[in-house]
Design a protein around this ligand. Structure first.
Ligand SMILES: N[C@@H](CCC(=O)N[C@@H](CS)C(=O)NCC(=O)O)C(=O)O
Length: 218
């Protein structure tokens, strides 16, 4: 039986899409990438909505199967194409990864969005500086939590990266790259340096996102 084709849909400037592209490269997958959403549009067509009724990217298609929600895609790819390296099959070890994936959406992303959208994606004259400062504080609290976890580790769960690093690590580059004052603990800086050694991180996460500056329509 021939291998099913793998297709990844979503503009590469989306950090949620970057998670999927980064893991696909780590796993050595052969895939087709189609830029959808943002300036590329195409995410509200009937055809796309059949794949993801929310009209959001990323979407993964494998043969006739469709997966959406970036962290769900990470779990699906890790389970399908790696044996324990990127996500353990053992329930307790798995929960140690899952909690970072859930936390990344529930806490880290919310704080990050307050900074990234509030500051970078909003033109200066429209910014709400008080709300941005609150999000900076929230981000710093999240970074402290990550920093405590990373004091004696190269990656969140130990010596090698897992999808816990992917779901959280995508936010770090932008926090470093945008022109805003934010306290980053030394252990998080070391982790960022470790992530930056990964070819997939460099290629996708550290790619140019300047087209998003001052732009809030998508
Ligand atoms: N929780 C979803 C969020 C998906 C989402 O909001 N995607 C954004 C990009 S980050 C999107 O599709 N925006 C519309 C667009 O880019 O045109 C996930 O993690 O996949």
């Amino acid at each position: 039986m021939s291998a099913e084709s793998i297709q990844i849909y979503g503009r590469h400037t989306s950090y949620n899409v970057q998670k999927v592209l980064w893991l696909a490269d780590e796993l050595g997958l052969v895939y087709t990438h189609t830029e959808i959403g943002g300036r590329f549009q195409g995410n509200t067509t009937a055809e796309f909505l059949k794949m993801n009724p929310l009209g959001k990217v990323p979407v993964l298609r494998i043969g006739s199967r469709t997966v959406w929600e970036s962290n769900t895609i990470l779990r699906f790819l890790a389970d399908s194409y790696s044996k324990n390296e990127w996500l353990s099959q053992e329930p307790y070890l798995r929960s140690q990864s899952d909690r970072w994936l859930d936390w990344s959406i529930d806490q880290l992303e919310v704080a990050f969005v307050g900074v990234f959208w509030g500051f970078y994606r909003t033109p200066p004259e429209k910014r709400d500086n008080q709300s941005i400062q609150k999000s900076v504080v929230d981000c710093e609290l999240c970074l402290k939590v990550l920093g405590n976890q990373l004091t004696d580790k190269e990656f969140l769960l130990g010596k090698t990266p897992t999808i816990a690093d992917i779901s959280t690590g995508v936010f770090l580059h932008r926090l470093n790259a945008i022109d805003i004052q934010i306290q980053i603990p030394p252990s998080v800086d070391r982790w960022y340096a470790n992530l930056s050694q990964r070819a997939g991180y460099r290629k996708w996460v550290m790619s140019d996102f300047s087209e998003l500056e001052g732009r809030s329509e998508f």
